[in-house]
Design a binder for this molecule. Sequence first.
Ligand code: G
Ligand code: G
Ligand code: MN
Ligand code: NA
Length: 252
Amino acid sequence: NVTADEIRSGLRNNEFILYYQPKASLITNRIVGAEALVRWRRPDGTILSPGAFVPLAERERLINRLTLQLLPQLIGDLVDHGLADQLCISFNVSTCDLEDPVLTHAILDAILTQRLPPAALELEITETQALQSGPEVLGNIRALSDAGIGLAMDDYGIGYSSMDTLSQWPFTTIKLDQGIVERMLDSPKNATIVRSSIRLAHELGLEVVAEGVETVSQHDFLVEAGCRIAQGFLLSRPLPLAEFKAFCAHPS
Ligand code: G
Ligand code: G
Ligand code: MN
Ligand code: NA
């Protein structure tokens, strides 16, 4: 288990890096983007997943520093490594990151001064955090959305609270939660729920990304249900930048 002081020291030593998990079109099978996922490269060489430190960073109010440290890496990868020309990369943010305008200003500044194409960046916010956030968060989201940045509802479940948030926030994408994808083939009811949510999202003009796609039968069901984008171990694990670039050049 890690401590807040270890996170502070990791921040000082720039130990946090981004991996990219590819997303593919279920229509063309081409890579259309990726989700950026933070990893902690500890001094002893071990790589920690966000589950091991993001919740603590959120509780200890260190998440804003982490996000602001990751953003220049992300923009560098997008602009300097050419990812922005072809792909849309999503970046997970906490609603704490949007309670003040610092992150928003940094992103808007990158659009103006670093030629970041807004269509190349999408922010992911979990449904539960969106539901619990105050008006400042929505104000910053709107400013980013007006500038052309995409907004994805992460861990999308199926509930009427989601409907309420979907109707008020400028979401452009929903990400079907891994657990839902895992259970959708367990019963005809689950399958119907997933099929209908995909149709509903499309009728609302939203893109749908299925997360955690691990098997060919899940993939085939999603194709048949009209889902257009998938992410998961069946396609690829999250990859370091160099491997992600190689994967885009020669998907296997
Ligand atoms: O890669 P892994 O399955 O361990 O990721 C777990 C969760 O951690 C992700 O679903 C995501 O919500 C969160 N996460 C991953 N990267 C980031 C990040 O850069 N910032 C924040 N705030 N959360 C992240
Ligand atoms: O941000 P989000 O909660 O979507 O994080 C996605 C996490 O899920 C990543 O940490 C990634 O390592 C993990 N993941 C990605 N694809 C799969 C998958 O197909 N199966 C499982 N079990 N985990 C996955
Ligand atoms: Mn996510
Ligand atoms: Na998710």
